[in-house]
Design a protein around this ligand. Sequence first.
Ligand code: PGA
Length: 264
Amino acid sequence: MRRRPLIAGNWKMNGLIETAQELVEGIGAALSDRERERKLQCEVLVCPPFTAIHTVHQTVSSKGYSMKVGGQNMDVEGPGARTGEICGIMLRNVGCRYVILGHSERRQFFGETNEIVGKKVEAAFRDGLVPIVCVGEELKDREAGRTIDVIRPQLEAVMPRLPEEASKRSTLVVAYEPVWAIGTGKNATPEQVQEVHAFIRKFLTEKLGADTASKIRILYGGSMKPANAAGLLALEDVDGGLIGGAALKAQDFLAIIDANPASD
Ligand code: PGA
């Protein structure tokens, strides 16, 4: 099954209006060139902080860039008395199509459990957003040989929260992000990545059936950069990347897009 790769930038808590605008214009203009030359075969997504989403989306739509916009988190509830939260409908309202859920920084610093992430996945589908669900082990888990033992329950919590319709289920995106590789400069080796991605594909096949599982994109994230992107993106079960640090520089993000094997 041919899956359209997704190259997604997670800007995290970076980007004031001016810098966000500059970054999206830098990426967008170069994507338009690639598109004119029919060189762009992947889907490109940027996930700015909440405060910059509107500006970034306005720029993307007014200039016709081949880029989608997403959020980095959302609340489980709809609109209401939830001071400080942002719901899926609000993300849709400012042009988001995707939302990153269960990022390890949310799990680590904001106490998000597997159950909360599951509820957020249900809420995202309900509100018309495609969730990018992050899973991954910490260094101590990997060293203890418990990588799969950590990832399996992270995935299991999501399964009962998926919509009934197979066509919607297959839009789910999973991102494997080993926590020890995020922002550390240590990326997992291609062998380590393919092993976990193959496990995730097998898990999805068992739970959702081969047809749906073959359509679900599994991204790798964790210190992906121009120098290592080609080797990671070429792996059989890697369908794109979730990029943090390197997504903040247009040149680096574009180099990763260009490293995608489907782009040549
Ligand atoms: P990194 O972040 O590319 O800076 O390691 C990836 C992520 O946290 O999504």
